[in-house]
Design a protein around this ligand. Sequence first.
Ligand code: PAF
Length: 282
Amino acid sequence: MHTFKQIESVRECTRKWRQSGQRIAFVPTMGNLHFGHMQLVSAARKLADKTVVSIFVNPAQFGPNEDYLSYPRTESQDRNMLLEHDVDLLFMPSPHEMYPQLSQTSVSVKNLSKLLCGANRPGHFDGVTLIICKLLNILQPDILLLGEKDRQQLTIIREMIVDLNYDVEVQSVATAREADGLAISSRNSYLTMQERRIAPQLFASLCAVRDAIISGNTNYNILIEEQMHILHDAGFRVDYLKICRSLDLLDAEQQDSDLAIIAAATLGKTRLIDNVRFQKIT
Ligand code: PAF
């Protein structure tokens, strides 16, 4: 596995691959790799000749009171996982390599980045779109792989790629889950043992709303209220729990059929996000 920390060296390598007609699939990460990331890597390997992974804890997407400094950094463990999964190239730049000066340029998918998580984390998605633009410009992959757990991030990046005419295909990969349903996430390591036992209720609540809608329940407000109570009683502080149109994450109307139930909630110090997407028979 090639490992590069410098933009120039990684560019030279991917340029050669492109010139020899090899297709490149790219999995951006912030490290602390887990089974969910490996699902993205496995999908990448099936879709292209070369698989590139980046590990970069992107300061631009963390708010001043968020966990940038304490975000888990597990470099050697991550490298071993990538080696075991036959990744061709690891790009692991330093913050100075990616941001040698304060960026004067911002990339903002205006409306979408202010909804849902964006309302509580101002600037977060602008930081995500900025780093994804920079990584796409550096690596110029054919395929970009993203997880469905961060559905809002996925929707925003898809929109940005269309708006800015990036020549890259986005492939999403289903959320990897623990046996009890909890979506696998690097931040799950912040949960205490007791919180870890409670955490799967978030997915259970999403499924309860989904199942009720599939069985014909049309009272969206009551469905959401019921699950808000259940989550609150279990110890969550719910940031939002919504029934959205999966295409643009706006509130779903009765006639919409491609739906996503989407939520963010905090347990102790850990903010969890999750969603389920499904088709309502209309
Ligand atoms: O989902 C993540 O891990 C990050 O937001 C991403 C896409 C790697 C950008 O820093």
